[in-house]
Design a protein around this ligand. Structure first.
Ligand code: CAA
Length: 258
């Protein structure tokens, strides 16, 4: 499929999606979000893909929702079109791991899109912000909710009330990003991490993802029970037999992904 606003590549078992509106710092227009959803679903349905990377360019992951596109919307437009929900949540329906690789600006909806991914790897150039308050609005794609869960109330409140930028080091300290990588090695290291994940058993990856996400939605007791049952289910996979046999025989596992 050909796209206007994103570049889609396959690197062995890793699907790579680059947001590509450099003239607008990758502002997330409706057209871009529709294409992103299509590309993500393409990788979800591709049996050869086991991890997905979502990135931008060196200057921007994404500078937010497209302000020029939304500036004339009325309340009735926003409400009846279910603005933001529609086309924005495709990444949350992915059952395969999705890594956000953030260099440069991740602002507003850009920061929110990165937080919808499973984890964020940041270049040392990354800048995160929820600047919606400067536009007389508030975050609308999960900024007040996901940021609070990731960095706690105090920092989330400060970020959303001031709209200030948070650099990569602070973002790592605060728990927003899993790791900061030097900019000259950024994409190489990101692809190495994505490749490492893609080298595992796909059902095991999917079960891990489902369990970690459940931790954010439920009580500890329910979450532990959910994890225990998934753990039991993993004994029904061919890859459990293979993974444990390979360990005992001191060889690399040859996954069936079943
Ligand atoms: N929407 C539309 N266009 C955008 C944009 C956005 N979010 N961000 C940047 N652009 C455009 C600029 O208008 C400019 O286009 P022109 O050359 O045609 O004028 C181009 O990208 C380059 O931007 P700047 O000239 O402003 O670049 P800069 O380096 O001087 O500043 C910046 C960079 C600080 C990121 C600045 O562009 C900026 O503040 N952008 C807006 C960030 C923002 O407010 N994001 C939140 C959007 S609201 C939202 O996301 C709601 C939600 O919760 C979903």
């Amino acid at each position: 499929m050909s796209y206007k606003n994103i570049i889609v590549e396959t690197h062995d078992s890793v699907g790579l999606i680059r947001l590509n509106r450099p003239e607008a710092l990758n502002a997330l227009s409706s057209e871009l979000m529709i294409e992103l959803g299509q590309a993500l679903m393409g990788f979800e349905n591709d049996n050869t893909i086991r991890s997905i990377v979502l990135t931008g360019n060196e200057k921007a992951f994404a500078a937010g929702a497209d302000i020029k596109e939304m500036k004339d919307k009325t309340y009735m437009d926003a409400y009846t079109q279910d603005f933001i929900t529609d086309n924005w949540e495709a990444v949350m329906t992915c059952r395969k791991p999705v890594i956000a690789a953030v260099a440069g600006y991740a602002l507003g909806g850009g920061c929110e899109l990165a937080m919808m991914c499973d984890f964020i790897l940041a270049s040392d150039t990354a800048q995160f912000s929820q600047p919606e308050v400067n536009l007389g609005i508030l975050p609308g794609a999960g900024g007040t909710q996901r940021l609070t869960r990731l960095v706690g109330k105090s920092k989330a409140m400060e970020m959303c009330l001031t709209g200030r930028m948070m650099g990569a080091e602070e973002a790592e300290r605060a728990g927003l990003v899993s790791r900061v990588i030097q900019s000259d090695q950024f994409m190489e290291e990101v692809m190495k991490t994505a490749g490492k994940i893609a080298g595992k058993s796909l059902p095991a990856l999917m079960m891990v993802k489902e369990c970690v996400n459940r931790a954010l939605e439920t009580t500890l007791t329910e979450g532990l029970l959910f994890e225990r049952r998934q753990f039991h289910s993993s004994f029904a996979t061919m890859d459990q037999t293979e993974g444990m046999a390979a360990f005992a025989e001191k060889r690399k596992p040859d996954w069936n992904h079943k």
